[in-house]
Design a protein around this ligand. Structure first.
Ligand code: GLY
Length: 255
C-alpha cells in the first residue's frame, strides 16, 4: 500500500518538453487542470500528496517519476539520461529527505544514467529497462544498490519504447499489462498478461494505487479488460501529457 505521493506542478515551459509523439504541443491551462485532477485521483486512493513548485528551467520536470526510484528501505536518486532533464533530481531529493534517513538515500552517478520510467516493481523485484535513457552502467549501479537493501533486479533490453513502463504496467495480483515490444516477451511468461491493442498502446501505462488502477481516459477497451480481470478502475485524462510521451506513472512518485 502507498501512503505518500510526490508530484510537481507543470511549468509554463511544459510546451518545450521532449516529445516524439507528433501530437502537437500541450495546452498549458488544460495540462494544469488535468494535473489537478490527477492529484485528486491520488488523494481519492488514500495517499497524502506533496505538490512541488514548478520549475520553468526544466520543461519535463512534472514527470517526477524519472528523478527517483522509491522502496520501503531505500530511495535511489537517478541521473536522467536526457540532457535537458539532468538536474531535475536535485529538488526531488530535497523533498525525499523529509521521508527517508540519509543512509537510505543513494545515487546513480555518471557515467551511469537511469530514469525511473525504466523501473517496474513487482514485489521485491525491480525490472530495469535498458533504454536510450538508462544505460548498462546505470543499471549496474542500481542493481548493486538494491542488492544492498535486500531487493533483486532483472534487466530488460528495450529496442523501441522510450521507457520500460511506456509499454508495461503491473497492477499487482500477478497481472501484467503489455503493449508493443513487450507483448509475448519470454521474461514475463509467468504473469497473467492483459494485452493492450496496438492502437491503444499508450494506455498500457497505468498505475495501481491502493486497490484502484488509474487508467488513462479514452481507452474503453483497456478499461474493460482491466475490469474484466476483477480490478477497480479510475479513469484520469492525460491527453496533454501524452503529447510529451508522458503517462500516468510518470506524473508521480508513490511510496
Ligand atoms: N517528455 C518526457 C521525456 O521525454 O522525458
Amino acid at each position: 500500500m502507498f501512503t505518500y505521493a510526490i508530484v510537481r506542478t507543470p511549468a509554463a515551459t511544459l510546451t518545450e518538453g521532449i516529445s516524439m509523439a507528433n501530437l502537437g504541443k500541450p495546452i498549458y491551462p488544460l495540462a494544469l487542470e488535468q494535473h489537478a485532477a490527477y492529484i485528486r485521483a491520488l488523494r481519492a486512493c488514500g495517499v497524502a500528496v506533496t505538490v512541488m513548485e514548478p520549475d520553468p528551467a526544466y520543461p519535463d520536470s512534472c514527470f517526477v517519476e524519472d528523478a527517483a526510484v522509491l522502496a520501503e528501505r531505500v530511495a535511489v536518486i537517478t541521473n536522467p539520461g536526457a540532457e535537458s532533464r539532468k538536474g531535475e533530481e536535485r529538488a526531488v531529493e530535497e523533498v525525499l529527505r523529509r521521508f527517508y534517513a540519509s543512509d537510505q538515500i543513494q545515487h546513480i552517478h555518471a557515467p551511469g544514467t537511469l530514469e525511473g520510467g525504466d523501473i517496474m516493481r513487482v514485489g521485491e523485484c525491480f525490472y530495469v529497462g535498458l533504454s536510450e535513457r538508462t544505460n548498462p552502467e546505470g543499471a549496474r549501479q542500481f542493481r548493486e544498490i538494491l542488492r544492498e537493501y535486500g531487493y533483486t533486479v532483472r534487466e530488460v533490453q528495450l529496442n523501441e519504447m522510450l521507457h520500460l513502463k511506456t509499454g508495461l504496467a503491473y497492477p499487482e495480483n500477478g497481472i501484467l499489462l503489455t503493449a508493443g515490444e513487450f507483448a509475448g516477451h519470454p521474461l514475463f511468461r509467468d504473469f497473467k498478461t492483459i494485452p493492450i491493442d496496438p492502437l491503444d498502446a499508450y494506455s498500457a501505462n497505468c498505475i495501481w494505487v491502493n486497490g484502484t488502477v488509474l487508467v488513462p481516459a479514452g481507452y474503453p477497451a483497456t478499461t474493460a479488460r482491466i475490469e474484466a480481470a476483477g480490478l477497480t478502475v479510475l479513469e484520469v485524462d492525460t491527453s496533454e501529457f501524452r503529447k510529451l510521451d508522458g503517462g500516468l506513472s510518470c506524473l508521480s512518485l508513490r511510496f
